[in-house]
Design a protein around this ligand. Structure first.
Ligand code: ATP
Ligand code: MG
Length: 531
């Protein structure tokens, strides 16, 4: 019997099968960004850059300098600083594989700043205090993604280290107020603050609260029950679970302020009193019309509402005395101009905190095994939530909060003769006379480097095509002015065409006059939306 001939199979089917099997083993990557993360593009990035710059300049005016720490750090740092039972440490950190010692993507900034200042020595040398630093960057937590809650998010933070007085708390809160005011967000947020008191007051309150919660243990979430058993009863106040909130909302819940000792009470009252005195804050419920009394013309805006929130505890272990959050007001505080009805904020109740912080006098001691006692206070602002708020505000008021983007000018070589466009669908500059290409380059260079160059973006499209294709490009890029460099014009008298895209006005000018003509055209146009 003749043997079957498999050669045809090998030649055709075999490679296909191999490709199929290898694709199954090694699938191509998904183009989706990982859950809870985002790709961002030019317009968004430009706004974020503006936001960041505004925060930096505002904070540096307070004499605060920048600090940068790695985006990953020792797991043990966060275990110690934040507390092993916190949500962040127990379930939200991203560990890096096979690292010894174990490393994680940083979930927050304060612990890394403390590590850096202990390592560098500023924190350990009181004669170098106060040390005031700001940081900005991405942080990572494995949380359930929602609007304003992501797995990679950006924070801008401030830490006042070696700062142990109640006045430092005031200064720190005023810095938060300052940035929100400069962003135009002050009318839409309120300050909620509380005091966790000193160690003695906190221990007393923990005992009182644990005792009070005993009859309600079964009604609380499993997590809260475990926390109480582990001595973390304060976290129950911070719980977002509805069953916990229901218990904690009972009228007879003991108040933290009733457990404050004299020193804790004094510290809190001085902070609140000074904020009131300066005029940046008024108590919740009071009229906030007009300038604060203490302002006397120095404060540029209305005071913000301040509310003593007895249930406010920060989610991390290291806080004492003053704790505060700047929270979006319930209504979002704004009216939709068109339909005049109050609109709920984009940030839901659970994502309403845009800036949060407090005093943390124990952190440095905990990290240094009791060797260094460094009082400190600070805050972190959620950039993503601020960006969302600004977007919403812009929609509601139809007023742009962002500066105009630079004017776009296109300098485009044009293949006047069909023959200049190479085939193959891609076009190319191969057939265009060098004089056209070099003139376009020189004009582009001249425009970028003239006096107004910083306010102009000068684009080119080297895929040299016919006039129609180049104009399509200029329209797609929303260019305001287009300089067309064509062979014939150049040959006939060293000229190029300059076109105002808004009015369609087009003039022929000598190469040496292009900058001046563009300048005039730009100053006359000014009509195009540039975001
Ligand atoms: P929340 O109660 O909203 O979870 P938090 O107490 O965990 O906040 P902090 O660790 O104090 O937040 O961080 C400071 C600020 O950073 C928050 O007020 C918020 O604006 C922002 N932030 C925190 N976690 C996220 C996140 N997962 N996505 C986006 N922003 C965040
Ligand atoms: Mg959180």
């Amino acid at each position: 019997m003749p043997r079957p001939n498999y050669n045809g199979f090998k030649r055709t089917l075999h490679p296909l099968l191999c490709r199929f099997l290898s694709a199954k083993k090694n699938p191509p990557p998904s183009f989706h960004p990982p859950r809870g993360t985002h790709d961002t593009f030019h317009a968004t990035n430009r706004k974020r850059r503006h936001l960041e710059r505004l925060l930096q300049t505002t904070i540096e005016k307070h004499g605060v300098s920048e600090i940068k720490t790695p985006t990953f750090d020792h797991r043990s740092l966060f275990d110690r600083a934040l507390g092993a039972t916190t949500d962040v440490v127990s379930k939200e950190m991203y560990s890096l594989d096979h690292t010894d010692p174990p490393l994680v993507l940083r979930p927050e900034g304060t612990a890394s700043v403390a590590r850096a200042l202990l390592h560098q020595g500023t924190a350990t040398q009181p004669h170098l205090w106060p040390c005031k630093v700001w940081y900005s960057g991405s942080f990572y937590r494995r949380e359930r993604p929602q609007k304003g809650r992501y797995r990679q998010f950006d924070q801008f933070g401030v830490e006042l280290v070696g700062c142990g007085t109640w006045m430092d708390d005031v200064e720190c809160i005023m810095m938060g107020h300052d940035v929100l005011q400069r962003l135009g967000l002050a009318p839409y947020v309120e300050l909620r603050l509380n005091s966790l008191g000193d160690q003695e007051s906190r221990t007393r309150y923990k005992e009182t609260l644990t005792e009070w919660l005993r009859p309600y243990m079964d009604e609380l979430s499993d997590t809260s029950q475990t926390r109480i058993r582990n001595g973390d009863v304060l976290r129950v106040l911070d719980s977002k679970r509805p069953e916990d909130r229901q218990v904690m909302a009972r009228d007879d819940r003991p108040l933290m302020s009733h457990s404050w000792n004299a020193a804790s009470k004094d510290h809190f009252e001085k902070v609140v009193g000074m904020l009131r005195e300066v005029g940046v804050m008024v108590d919740g419920g009071e009229e906030v019309e007009g300038e604060g009394e203490g302002g006397k013309g120095l404060l540029a805006s209305n005071p913000m509402t301040m509310v003593h929130d007895e249930a406010l505890v920060r989610g991390l272990d290291y806080y004492c005395h003053t704790a505060f959050e700047f929270v979006v007001k319930e209504s979002g505080g704004k009216q939709n101009k068109k339909n005049k009805k109050k609109k709920k904020s984009v940030l839901g109740r659970q994502q309403g905190t845009v800036l949060a912080g407090g005093r943390y006098d124990q952190l440095y001691s905990v990290l240094s095994g009791g060797k260094h006692d460094v009082p400190a206070v600070g805050w972190a602002l959620g950039m993503d939530r601020i960006a969302l708020m600004l977007e919403e505000l812009e929609e509601d008021t139809a007023e742009s909060l962002w500066p105009l983007a630079p004017v776009k000018i296109a300098v485009l070589p044009v293949g006047d003769k069909g023959a200049m466009v190479c085939g193959g669908g891609g076009g190319g500059s191969g057939g265009v006379p060098a004089a056209v290409l070099s003139t376009a380059l020189r004009i582009g260079h001249g425009l970028r480097n003239c006096g107004e160059g910083d306010d102009w973006d000068v684009l080119t499209n080297n895929d040299v095509g016919r006039l129609k294709q180049q104009m399509k490009f200029a329209n797609r890029e929303a260019c305001e002015v287009v300089v067309l460099v064509g062979e014939d014009e150049l040959d006939q008298g060293g000229c190029v065409s300059v076109k105002n895209m808004a009015t369609s006005e087009q003039v022929q000018v000598e190469v040496g006059q292009v900058v001046e003509v563009v300048r005039k055209m730009v100053s006359r146009s000014g009509g195009r939306a540039r975001w």
